[in-house]
Design a protein around this ligand. Structure first.
Ligand SMILES: CC(C)(COP(=O)(O)OP(=O)(O)OC[C@H]1O[C@@H](n2cnc3c(N)ncnc32)[C@H](O)[C@@H]1OP(=O)(O)O)[C@@H](O)C(=O)NCCC(=O)NCCS
Length: 139
């Protein structure tokens, strides 16, 4: 999949195009992956069911990754980001939309964790868990 978003931005799910150094440089300072190394990120990318990059020309300006448990039809959305100077123009929404709705198992049960971006994910059908699901919070 390659999809132009206008103004030179493009989504691409080719794992070979991922700029590992750029992705790790952002994520290692994020609140959820603090201190993550390139070796660790590479291993996560390789075991992911899908990695999607947001690019402007040759530059990696965003990223998202999907873990998928086939036996349970459960997908986990991870490591979503758009570089700060590119935010606020709808790119994050399109990145997440493509990552989720363009995934082969888009009808899976999707999970994610977020500190403060609930509003973004609610635009794409994510809700807080229902009465049947139980979670044990990260410690
Ligand atoms: C989350 C992130 C990817 C959004 O990227 P973006 O390109 O700015 O997002 P969009 O412009 O497509 O915004 C889509 C929606 O996200 C929500 N949103 C975006 N920025 C937000 C902010 N600072 N605070 C709260 N909600 C926000 C809004 O609901 C917004 O819709 P609106 O413009 O109609 O209000 C980006 O802010 C980011 O990389 N943040 C740092 C990393 C992070 O927190 N990642 C998510 C971890 S779960």
């Amino acid at each position: 999949m390659q999809r132009a978003l206008g103004d030179g931005y493009e989504l691409d799910d080719d794992p070979a195009r991922i700029d590992l150094a750029a992705v790790t440089a952002f994520l290692t300072d994020s609140y959820w992956a603090e201190g993550r190394s390139e070796v660790e990120q590479q291993a996560l990318n390789e075991t992911s069911a899908r990695v999607v990059g947001l690019y402007r020309a040759a530059e990696q300006v965003g990223f998202a990754r999907v873990s998928y448990w086939e036996d349970r039809n459960v997908a986990f959305l991870n490591d979503v980001y758009v570089l700060e100077e590119h935010r606020g123009q709808g790119l994050g929404l399109e990145l997440v939309r493509e990552t989720v709705d363009g995934f082969a198992h888009r009808d899976a049960l999707w999970l994610l964790r977020t500190d403060d971006m609930h509003a973004l994910y609610e635009k794409l059908g994510f809700v807080r868990p229902d009465g049947k699901w139980m979670v044990r919070a990260k410690r």
